[in-house]
Design a protein around this ligand. Structure first.
Ligand SMILES: *Cc1c(COP(=O)(O)O)cnc(C)c1O
Length: 231
């Protein structure tokens, strides 16, 4: 058995256990295999073992790999600059990292050109870390309202990147914070805005994120091993 197959079995088992432990159905949770820095061969291997959704951080990497990777749903999970929207608009299933009205407006414009309604998540800086991208929680409702007016984007939910820490209490409060914010937005009943997706949890903390309500977990290292950024 290859290490990727083995790791995938392990990750899926943990997803299963976390879902059961939280009294949730396992098919409520989608695994996004985060493929940044990994080449098409390894990605295709993961796809052959059942991966249906992959996440990339950088537009450049999506463009470099797109032709060599087997059919799969692509997710953009990293910061997106407005001037790069045009390169990926025809390629991605979901953009997890929308952090401003201006970016959403640009996505809307480019989606309109190809007659697509682009699904997006709002990235929220729940932890308030200064180094993090994402919308301040208290601004989210207003931004949702403004984005809901755009015809060619549809908000499907929220995403956050938790702090890099083993502090379970802190992680729990971040995940619960995102879930609570989604509930609050849901109660506003904004047309064209769905709060069905919560993208949270990475290799170190995805079981906890599932316990707290994640519907998408983004796992890289846990599947592909340590990344080598020198290449
Ligand atoms: C790299 C990355 C991940 C995956 O991180 P791992 O710790 O390797 O699982 C998830 N989400 C985002 C936004 C990332 O940049």
């Amino acid at each position: 058995m290859s290490y990727i197959e083995k790791n995938l079995l392990e990750v899926n088992k943990k997803i299963d256990e976390a879902a059961k432990g939280a009294g949730r159905e396992v098919d409520e949770i989608k695994l996004i295999a985060v493929t940044k820095t990994y080449g098409a061969d390894l990605i295709n291997e993961a796809i052959s073992f059942g991966v249906t959704d992959i996440g990339e951080n950088r537009v450049q990497e999506i463009m470099e790999k797109y032709e060599s990777v087997k059919p799969v749903r692509w997710h953009l999970i990293g910061h997106l600059q407005k001037n790069k929207v045009k390169y990926i608009i025809d390629k991605v299933e979901l953009i997890h990292s929308v952090d401003s009205l201006e970016l959403a407006a640009e996505i809307d414009k480019k989606a309109k050109k190809i007659d697509k309604v682009q699904k997006i998540l709002l990235e929220v800086n729940v932890s308030g870390e200064e180094s993090k991208f994402g919308i301040e929680p208290k601004l989210c409702i207003d931004i949702c309202r403004a984005i809901s007016e755009l015809e060619n984007v549809k908000i499907m939910g929220l995403m956050t990147v938790a702090p890099f820490t083993d502090d379970e209490e802190l992680l729990s409060s971040v995940f619960s914070g995102l879930k609570g914010l989604a509930e609050k937005i849901r109660q506003e009943n904004i047309k064209n805005v769905s709060m069905e997706e919560l993208s949270m949890g990475m290799t170190n903390d995805f079981p906890l994120a599932i316990e707290k309500g994640a519907t998408m977990v983004r796992v890289g290292t846990g599947i592909f091993g340590k990344r080598d950024y020198t290449k």
